[in-house]
Design a protein around this ligand. Structure first.
Ligand SMILES: [Ca+2]
Ligand SMILES: [Ca+2]
Length: 187
């Protein structure tokens, strides 16, 4: 195996495992001390990564972005947008899964849906995916660089399209807010 991650796809607070074998196939297994039985992950290529303790992950299939999770012992795949991650000749990251609202659940997906719109989706304990907020960006952005939360402070960083400038977004009172853009060299 060449990838190993503890996750919580059923959101019960206990870890399961996701691994990738040497042939590039992805597997999920309960991790309760007994010999695990590995169940195939229902997508060929989780993208861009599976977050630690994540309650879901993103996958790119064709030109679509999916969020994948496993409530009630069944896989659930929800199509979020019909936009490719790849805009030739560059590869762009457009989704970050984290605990954006600091509620202890790594269940928040920030998605750059059309390069000028940022959406926040949140997975509920039941597995239901709930739309939380949408922010129309004043300038086009091509990459979602980071999204993180630190105590009360929440931020995400975007890169402006065809530029070295960086744009900042915060989460205030449950709403995404544009905080302006700055030259990258100052970071
Ligand atoms: Ca679990
Ligand atoms: Ca959360």
């Amino acid at each position: 195996m060449d990838f190993f991650r503890s996750v919580d796809f059923d959101a019960d607070g206990r870890s399961e495992l996701v691994v990738r074998d040497k042939k590039g196939r992805w597997w999920w297994a309960e991790w309760d001390g007994r010999k695990p039985s590995f169940i195939p992950v229902p997508t060929a290529r989780p993208y861009p990564y599976i977050p630690f303790d994540g309650q879901m992950f993103a996958a790119n299939e064709g030109n679509s972005l999916w969020l994948v999770t496993r409530p009630n012992n069944k896989w659930q795949k929800v199509q979020i947008t019909a936009k490719s991650f790849v805009r030739m000749p560059m590869y762009h990251e457009v989704v970050k899964i984290s605990d954006l609202d600091s509620d202890g659940n790594v269940n928040d997906a920030l998605i750059l849906t059309d390069f000028q719109t940022l959406e926040w989706w949140q997975r509920q304990k039941s597995g239901k995916l709930v739309f939380r907020d949408r922010l129309k960006l004043p300038k086009p952005c091509d990459t979602l660089i980071q999204a993180w939360a630190f105590h009360e402070w929440v931020a995400c960083v975007l890169r402006l399209a065809n530029s070295t400038k960086t744009a900042f977004i915060s989460l205030e009172k449950g709403r995404l807010r544009w905080k302006g853009s700055f030259a990258y060299k100052f970071l």
